[in-house]
Write a protein that binds this ligand. Sequence first.
Ligand SMILES: [Zn+2]
Length: 118
Amino acid sequence: MPLTSSERNELRKALESLVEELDAALAGSTESAQPVELDPPAVGRVSRIDAIQQQKMIEAHRRAQQSRLQLARSALRRLDEGEFGDCMGCGDEIGRARLEARPESLYCIGCQTARERP
Ligand SMILES: [Zn+2]
């Protein structure tokens, strides 16, 4: 069943606030994503490893946020083009529940799972 215009409005709002939120998060985390200082003699080996580990987690988190931001922007574009809600893989409708949970979804659950498989 195609999305109704009020559903589309709801999803647009959700996507717009997601974009805003991610934009702000990415702008605010620039500082913490600075390279780890590897050579302060006062820092022990273990805490240095911790710092690197933490750095990696921050970077992974940032990358995830960046790709989610890109998805949300594409989803908004597709909303404008009237293609929103159709899977980019198979063209089927993306499930309503999935769109509500992740409005930035561009693929149906089947295609997404297939794409994430290594
Ligand atoms: Zn699909």
